[in-house]
Design a protein. Structure first.
Length: 132
């Protein structure tokens, strides 16, 4: 397994777990029945941190839709380099930081963490485009 695929696998596993905190809050706020029922306009609101965690999870999925194909293309085309491995590591740690600081409500740190993930994806796309 290439290091890029290793980091992609860790990123996928991380993203799979991002729903847990806000669903646990939903269980506390709405109970089991309210959690498994279809959403209704009169549902009790989640805690602000849980609403941010849900938004961070959605953002992680949106960005994964660009990052994952880039990693797979780098792997399939044999374009692995120390820079592409770094980009995959940067993406993982940036997305973890993004989820944590977004959930905690730290706006500047959230933007910096998001930017780290964006830079990582740009590095992969640049490699696919033939840049070093």
């Amino acid at each position: 397994m290439s290091l890029e695929i290793h980091w992609l696998t860790l990123t996928l596993g991380l993203t799979v777990l991002f729903w847990l905190p806000y669903v646990l809050n939903r269980l506390v706020v709405r109970g089991v029945g309210g959690t498994v029922a279809n959403p209704r306009p009169d549902d009790a609101l989640l805690a602000p941190w849980a609403q941010r965690a849900k938004a961070a999870h959605a953002n992680a999925i949106e960005n994964l839709a660009v990052f994952a194909p880039a990693v797979l293309a780098v792997h399939a085309l044999g374009l692995s380099s120390s820079l592409t491995v770094f980009a995959c590591e940067l993406y993982f740690w940036s997305r973890l930081a993004h989820f944590v600081v977004y959930t905690l409500g730290i706006p500047v740190a959230r933007t910096l963490a998001f930017t780290g993930g964006w830079v990582a994806t740009v590095l992969l796309v640049a490699r696919l485009a033939g840049l070093p």
